[in-house]
Design a protein around this ligand. Structure first.
Ligand code: LLP
Length: 383
């Protein structure tokens, strides 16, 4: 946010999310330029930001949608995503959600258990339809990210273990209203060292051999999402490293003839466009530290409290001043929880009550994870 924008927003009620649509478009353009030459198909992970204006803008770019609930499917279709580009994952799809997805003729159910495949078959039969499914396999590949956003290890609840594949194929071959079209994987989120994606490719190649020896045709491989962004120094890397990321799959995945590759990216598309703008309510002297008490907290952005993650913090009112002294602050929110803290020992320009503070990279998993705890009002969104 530049000073002109601060003037524009300064009078607004705080806190609010500011979404920079130019950045969003920059990300999508870069993503398309890097994925198109390889013929890759990308689904936007709705869970990262489901704001209706953002969904409409992303749907206009022709990306598909990756959904994890019936309401996400509904929101994506209502925002213009084509149902035949919608994938539906999740370990706990309810009958109501499955029925809705069947009615809408979505592209693919990413199935996470044998029982789920049986239920989809039953419900599809009732609607006289054939549901297209991918088996979500747990590749047991370490993503080396925070434990709470690691999904591809045997101990995680997601996906089906490879040891159960014989049984899965048996169930599928006895299910007349199911068509197996793909294999699905997702190893975790906020992955910044890209090596785990190479490991994923190698694992997929091994698993593909298993299917080949059984003459089972797999039309597409869905490798999930997880590409991370630079939270510490967002201005140094305004565009995620899409070229390097897609090149890994081009180089390391051994595809069968005609096989498509699908991706489900969220954070890398929406993360850096968002700033949570908040006002300093109080500057309070502690024993060893000074607290900046903001009017935004974990109810607007829960990531620091939940994953101990850091979002760059800036004093938007003072950062243009050259000759200003600096000080260290613990930047905290107003919620009655000690974990409601955005950062400790953060160096900022000398800050006063009323200053606007920007908490950067809040476009992904911010607004969507907001809560009304302490009966807080929902923060507005400005563009
Ligand atoms: N596909 C599947 C099956 C997923 O579970 C996820 C994210 C994605 C795709 C998109 O991943 P992305 O490209 O955004 O990394 N609330 C956490 C992140 C949870 C991610 C859940 N699954 C956070 O704030 O870091």
């Amino acid at each position: 946010m530049n000073s002109r924008l601060i003037d524009r927003f300064g009078v607004q009620d705080t806190p609010f999310f500011y979404y920079d649509l130019k950045m969003l478009h920059g990300n999508v353009d870069a993503l398309k330029a890097a994925s198109k030459p390889h013929g890759f198909h990308v689904h936007y992970a709705i869970k990262s930001n489901a704001n209706s204006r953002i969904l409409e803008l992303i749907s206009e770019t022709g990306l598909g949608a990756d959904c994890v609930s019936g309401n996400e499917i509904k929101a994506s279709i209502e925002s213009g995503f084509s149902p035949d580009k919608v994938v539906f994952a999740g370990v706990g799809k309810s009958d109501k959600e499955i029925n809705y997805a069947l009615e809408k003729n979505i592209f693919c159910f990413n199935c996470e258990s044998i029982q789920e495949i049986e239920v989809i078959n039953e419900l599809a039969e009732k609607q006289d339809k054939v549901a297209k499914i991918a088996i979500r396999l747990n590749p047991n590949v370490n993503a080396y990210t925070h434990a709470y956003i690691t999904t591809g290890l045997e101990e995680n609840k997601f996906g089906i273990n490879a040891s159960q594949l014989e049984e899965v194929l048996e169930v599928i071959s006895n299910s007349e209203n199911i068509k197996l079209i793909g294999l699905h994987f997702h190893i975790g989120s906020q992955i910044t060292d890209l090596t785990p994606f190479k490991n994923l490719c190698n694992k997929i190649n091994e698993l593909q051999q298993w299917f080949l020896t059984r003459n089972v045709t797999i039309e597409h491989i869905n490798v999930g999402g997880g590409l991370g962004i630079d939270y510490e120094t967002p201005d140094l890397h305004p565009i995620p490293p899409y070229e390097e990321y897609f090149q890994i799959f081009k180089d390391f995945l051994e595809l069968q003839s005609g096989q498509e590759v699908h991706f489900e990216l969220g954070r890398s598309i929406t993360g850096n466009m968002g700033t949570l703008v908040s006002r300093v309510l109080y500057v309070k002297k502690g024993i060893n530290t000074n607290f900046l008490i903001l009017d935004a907290g974990m109810t607007e952005l829960i990531r620091p409290a939940l994953y101990q993650s850091y979002h760059k913090i800036e004093n938007l009112s003072k950062r243009h001043l050259v000759d200003i002294s600096r000080a260290k602050y613990d930047v905290v929110g107003p919620i009655c929880e000690s974990s409601d803290c955005f950062g400790k020992d953060v160096t900022l320009e000398e800050t006063e009550r009323g200053d606007l503070i920007g908490i950067r990279s809040a476009g992904a998993y911010g607004e969507v994870m907001a809560s009304s705890y302490n009966l807080r009002e929902k923060a507005k969104v400005l563009f």
